[in-house]
Design a protein around this ligand. Structure first.
Ligand code: FAD
Length: 384
C-alpha cells in the first residue's frame, strides 16, 4: 500500500513493480555486455517515465519533484542505467527546453521528448572544461542566420544515441560565461560525430560518448534562450537535476543496503551488525535529505542548499553502503556478490556527475556564508 499517499506513493509503487518486472531481468546483462537493449527508450516510454514532472501542455505529466524523485529512486534501486537515462532526459534535456524554448521549439523538440518518441541528452562537459563549465571552448560563429559550431564535448550520456542534444558553445572563450549560448542539436545533423565511446568502471550499459562537431550548421531557430544566456541555462538545469541525481544515488544506496542485509543474514558475523546499523542511519538520513530538497522545490522555496546537501550526502552514502555490501559477502563468488559489486561500481558515478562532491561543498559553503537562503534563481558563478 502507498504509505506516502496520493501521487507520490502511487508512482513509487508503480515504478518499483515496473523496475522489478522490466529492469531486474536485464540489469546484469547490460552491465556484462556494456550495452543497453536497443528498445530501452521505448520501454521507459511505455512505463510513462519520459514526461514525468514536465509541463502537461507539451505532453508531460506535471508531477511533483517528490514524485519524480521517488520514481528515480525506484528505478536506480534496480538499474542505474535506466535511472540516469530518465534523469538526464527529464532534467537537463527536456526541462531547459520547457523553460527557455520558444513555442515552435517546444512543439518541434520538446513534445517528442515528453511523449516518449525521442530521447534527450545534454552536452556541456569538454576535455578542458568539466567543473569549470564557464571555461568551455566549443565555439560558434554566425554565418548570416546560421550558427557554425566546432569543438569537442566529452562524457556525454547517450551522446551518440539520443535524438536531441542540448548543446553549449561559446562565441569566444575570452568572453567567459557571457559568451556561452545554448543550441538544440538533433541527431544526424551534418558534422556531428560520436568520436569515442567510453568503457567505464560502472554504469556499464549507459552509453557515454565523446562528440566531435565540425562545421555543424544550426539555424537561429535552434538557438535556445538568448545569446550569452547559455551558462545560466545550463546551471539552472543542473540545479534542477541535482535532486534527481540525489534520488538516483539514494536508490543505489538502498540497493546496497538490501545486499548488505542479505549478506549479514546469510553469512553471519559479529562485525556485520555495526555495519548494518551505520548503513541504516546513513540511508535514512539520505532519504530525509532527498525528501526535504524535493519538497522545498515543490513549495517553490529556495532549494539550492538542500539540493547540494542531498546530492553530496546521498552519493557518498551510495558508495560507502555498497562498498560494505561487497565486504559483507566475503567471497567474490556467487551471483549475489556479483550484484553487490555491480551496485558498488555503479555507485561511483554519483559523486562525479552533475557537479562533483567537491563542487557541491563549494556551492554549499558559499550558500551558507550568505545571511539568508538565496532566492531560487540561477547562480552567479560558473561552477557546476
Ligand atoms: C558516467 C558519466 C556521465 C556523464 N554524463 C555527462 C553528460 O551527459 N553531459 C555532460 O555535459 N557531462 C557529463 N559528464 C561529465 C561530468 O559532469 C564531469 O565529469 C564532472 O562535471 C567533472 O568534470 P571533470 O571530469 O572534467 O573533472 P574536473 O572538473 O577536472 O575535476 C577533477 C577533480 O578535481 C576536483 N575539482 C575541480 N575543481 C575543483 C575546485 N575548484 N575545488 C576543489 N576541487 C575541484 C573535482 O571535484 C574532481 O574531483 C558525465 C561524467 C560521467 C563520469
Amino acid at each position: 500500500m502507498a504509505l506516502e499517499g496520493d501521487e507520490t506513493g502511487a508512482w513509487r509503487e508503480r515504478a518499483r513493480r515496473w523496475a522489478e518486472q522490466e529492469l531486474a531481468p536485464i540489469a546484469e546483462e547490460m552491465d556484462r555486455s556494456d550495452r543497453p537493449p536497443s528498445d530501452l527508450t521505448r520501454r521507459l516510454a511505455s512505463g510513462g517515465f519520459l514526461g514525468l514532472g514536465q509541463p502537461r501542455a507539451w505532453g508531460g505529466g506535471g508531477e511533483s519533484t517528490r514524485t519524480v524523485a521517488a520514481v528515480l529512486e525506484e528505478l536506480a534501486r534496480v538499474s542505474s542505467v535506466a535511472a540516469v537515462d530518465v534523469a538526464v532526459h527529464l532534467s537537463v534535456a527536456a526541462a531547459p527546453i520547457a523553460r527557455w524554448g520558444t513555442e515552435e521549439q517546444r512543439e518541434q523538440f520538446l513534445r517528442p521528448l515528453l511523449e516518449g518518441r525521442a530521447l534527450g541528452a545534454f552536452a556541456l562537459t569538454e576535455p578542458e572544461a568539466g567543473s569549470n563549465a564557464a571555461g568551455l571552448r566549443c565555439r560558434y560563429r554566425w554565418d548570416g542566420d546560421t550558427a557554425v559550431v566546432d569543438g569537442v564535448k566529452t562524457f556525454i550520456t547517450n551522446g551518440g544515441v539520443a535524438d536531441l542534444v542540448v548543446l553549449f558553445a561559446t562565441r569566444n572563450p575570452t568572453e567567459g560565461r557571457g559568451g556561452i549560448t545554448a543550441f538544440l542539436l538533433p541527431k544526424g545533423t551534418l558534422g556531428l560525430r560520436a568520436s569515442k565511446s567510453f568503457a567505464k568502471l560502472g554504469l556499464r550499459g549507459s552509453p557515454t560518448f565523446e562528440l566531435t562537431l565540425e562545421e555543424v550548421r544550426l539555424p537561429r531557430s535552434q538557438q535556445l534562450g538568448a545569446e550569452g544566456q547559455g551558462l545560466a541555462i545550463a546551471l539552472e538545469a543542473l540545479l534542477g537535476g541535482r535532486v534527481g541525481i540525489a534520488a538516483c544515488a539514494l536508490g543505489v544506496a538502498r540497493a546496497g543496503f538490501e545486499e548488505l542485509q542479505a549478506a549479514a543474514r546469510e553469512v553471519p558475523a559479529d562485525w556485520k551488525g555495526p555495519l548494518l546499523a551505520r548503513s541504516f542511519v546513513e540511508l535514512e538520513a539520505a532519504a530525509a535529505l532527498v525528501e526535504r530538497a524535493a519538497a522545498a522545490r515543490d513549495r517553490g522555496e529556495p532549494s539550492r542548499r538542500l539540493a547540494s546537501a542531498a546530492k553530496l550526502f546521498a552519493s557518498q552514502a551510495a558508495v560507502v553502503i555498497a562498498g560494505r555490501a561487497v565486504e559483507a559477502w566475503e567471497s567474490p563468488a556467487g551471483s549475489r556478490a556479483a550484484r553487490a559489486e555491480r551496485i558498488y561500481r555503479d555507485a561511483r558515478v554519483y559523486p562525479i556527475v552533475e557537479g562533483t562532491s567537491e563542487i557541491q561543498e563549494m556551492i554549499l559553503g558559499r550558500e551558507l556564508l550568505r545571511p539568508e537562503p538565496a532566492p531560487a534563481k540561477v547562480r552567479a558563478a560558473g561552477d557546476k
